[in-house]
Structure formats: C-alpha cells, structure tokens
Design a protein around this ligand. Structure first.
Ligand SMILES: Nc1nc2c(ncn2[C@@H]2O[C@H](COP(=O)(O)OP(=O)(O)O)[C@@H](O)[C@H]2O)c(=O)[nH]1
Ligand SMILES: [Mg+2]
Ligand SMILES: [Zn+2]
Length: 333
C-alpha cells in the first residue's frame, strides 16, 4: 500500500513541505474513536492522540482532526503516535450545529468528513423519499467542494422508480442520479464507475436508507452492521455509529456514515448557485438586480412558475435555504 492509495496527492505534498525535515510522518485519519484516532501511515496503522498544543491552537471544533484528514504524526513505540498538526483540507463536508451557551444562541461548524472527492447522497424510495431533503444535501455538498451523485435505493419498494428518478433529475443539476436495490449486489456495478485509486467517496443520507447495505454489497462482505427497519415507522435505527474509511481491494476509498437527523446548512449564499442553478439562471433576467423573487414586478422566476417552467415548492425551498444561509452568515460576523 502507498500513501497515494489512501488519497495522498500533490495538494497535500505541498502542505507537508514545512514538515519534510521534522522526522514526522504524514498519515490519514481512517477512524475516529472517543479518545483516539486510527490513522494509516507508511509505518502501518497507528493509534494516535493529538497534543494539547493542537487543541490549543484550534480556533474551534472545526480545526480538530476528523475522519478523512491528513495529519502530521510523531511515531511512538507499539504502533502508537501523536498528532502534531492537521494539514489544510482540500474539501470538507460540514453542517451547522446550533446551540445555546450561557443563554446566547450560537452557531458552530461541525466537519463531518474531510478530503472527500465525491459524495453519494443516498435516499430511500420508500417513505423516506423527500425532494426537499435531497436539495438540502445537494446544497451542503456544493459548499463542501466535493461532487455529488444521488443514489435512489430500494427500488423494490416503489411502484414507479423511473418517475422518482426523473423528479430528482429536475433538481440535481449536473449531478448524476442512479436507481439501485442494494440487496442485489449486481445492481451496484454502476457505482464502481466512480471508484478509482486514491479517490475518496463518502456516503451520506438518513438512517435506514441503505448506506451500509450498499457498502457491504460493493465490498462483497458483511463489513458494516445493517439496521433492522422498524415496522411501525419504516425508519432504520442508528446501527452505524462511527465514520470509517474503507480501502477497496481494487482501489478507491469509501466512507460509511451514521445518519444525521438535523442538517443545518454551513456555507455561503453563493453555494446555492450550484444547487439551484435553474433559479439563479432565471434570476439573471429579472428586471431588478436585487430581485428577491417574491412580489417584484418583472421577476423572471415568478414568471417561470406562472408558465409552469418552475415548481413553486422548489422556489419555496430556495427561499428557505437562502434565508438559512444569510442568517448563518450574519452570525458568523
Ligand atoms: N427493500 C429493501 N430494503 C433495503 C434495501 N437496501 C437496504 N435495505 C434495508 O434497509 C435497512 C437499513 O439498511 P442499512 O444499510 O442499515 O441503512 P443505513 O442506516 O443507511 O446504513 C436494512 O433492513 C436493509 O436490509 C433495498 O434495496 N430494498
Ligand atoms: Mg449504516
Ligand atoms: Zn426575480
């Protein structure tokens, strides 16, 4: 195995340059546990912790290592080590974890996965199916710097999967959309087209949509625990509790993820330009440059709704996500 198999690239080589003569090693965080990490380095898998200095230097939680990060390691005996620094990320999928501290509302960036090249947004075609949630995921992915592919799983539980696929294609922009049935491994063949040595793909989606089943199907072994779906609400339980990078024998790295119940946006208003390019393109023809596409005269977006060229629920979703992002960015200041 080489560092390149794990995603090492010129981008990181450059970030590591100042450590070149330190005697320290580059390593990738492949699994996070409560108090330590597992990393892969040219000296094999190591169990590592980070120094107080790394914690002290971190401006916030977002500056601490997560699965997918490249870190600078000091090797210790017994396959152990210490993280001295975090290398700058090439991409990161984050959400906002709002909360209160001392009675004041606050925002916080939580990085879910670092240095991911592609994200499979997995959605079930059963009761989980929700276009608005897929839009939210697509917006988060465009903030992350990774590409997106939408997987609509459980075709066996849906009468007209092709119709759902066509619907999703209307909101997915340039991102490909695929149907699959994870229990039939041969249906997953198409996903291998996205795998290549050194490329990292993360699977995201609600709990119970079949992420772990897809991963096992592709790997051909029961690597990840599969959740039983409760009869009463059709929802899966959280059986995947940690994030982990899994290296495929023929190259490529896949990350399974636990489901996320809350998915608050972390990004800039500009991120909608990609996930809502249809609306933003229409907006270029609005009479007023600062048109909010609500009640303004000469609004090309409203006109598209009147003509049946745009769905009003999609516009409502756009407004909602845009408000969420502008609230977030006011608070960031
Ligand atoms: N009917 C059907 N069930 C599936 C399919 N894929 C996964 N499941 C089931 O959905 C449940 C949740 O799967 P799991 O992989 O644990 O979901 P995860 O929470 O996203 O990792 C399990 O009972 C799977 O057997 C599928 O294509 N069709
Ligand atoms: Mg799972
Ligand atoms: Zn307008």
């Amino acid at each position: 195995m080489t560092l390149e198999d794990w995603g090492w690239s010129p981008f990181f080589i450059e970030k590591f340059q100042s450590w070149e003569n330190s005697g320290y090693l580059p390593a990738r965080v492949i699994r996070g546990e409560k108090n330590y990490f597992r990393v892969w380095s040219l000296q094999g898998e190591l169990t590592v912790r980070f120094t107080g200095k790394v914690r002290h230097k971190a401006g916030g939680r977002a500056d601490l290592p997560v699965v997918g990060d490249w870190v600078v390691i000091e090797r210790q005996p017994n396959q152990r080590g210490i993280i001295h620094a975090l290398l700058e990320r090439k991409s990161s999928f984050s959400r906002n974890l709002p909360g209160t501290r001392k009675g004041k509302e606050r925002i916080e960036q939580q990085v879910i996965a670092a240095n991911v090249d592609l994200i499979f947004i997995v959605s079930g075609l059963d009761r989980d199916f929700n276009l608005r949630r897929i839009e939210r995921y697509l917006t988060l992915v465009s903030s992350s710097g990774a590409d997106a592919v939408v997987l609509l799983n459980k075709t066996d539980l849906c009468e007209n999967p092709e119709d759902s696929k066509a619907l999703v294609e209307t909101i997915a922009g340039n991102s490909p959309v695929h149907l699959c049935m994870a229990r039939h491994a041969e249906q997953l063949d198409i996903l291998f087209d996205y795998m290549q040595p050194g490329k990292t793909i993360a699977m995201l989606g609600s709990s119970g949509v079949g992420k772990s089943t897809i991963l096992n199907g592709m790997l051909g072994e029961e690597r990840q625990k599969i959740g039983a779906v409760s009869q009463s609400d059709g929802k899966g339980r959280h059986t995947t509790t940690h994030r982990e990078l899994i290296l495929f024998p023929n190259g490529g790295i896949l990350m399974d993820n636990p489901g996320m119940r809350e998915l608050h946006l972390w990004g800039d208003a500009d991120d909608l330009a990609e996930s809502f390019s249809d609306i933003e393109n229409l907006a270029a023809s609005c009479k007023f440059r600062n048109c909010r596409h609500k009640t303004e005269p000469g609004c090309a977006v409203i006109k598209a709704i009147e003509n049946g060229n745009l769905n009003s629920e999609r516009l409502a979703s756009y407004h909602k996500l845009k408000d969420e992002l502008s609230n977030l960015n006011q608070r960031k200041k």
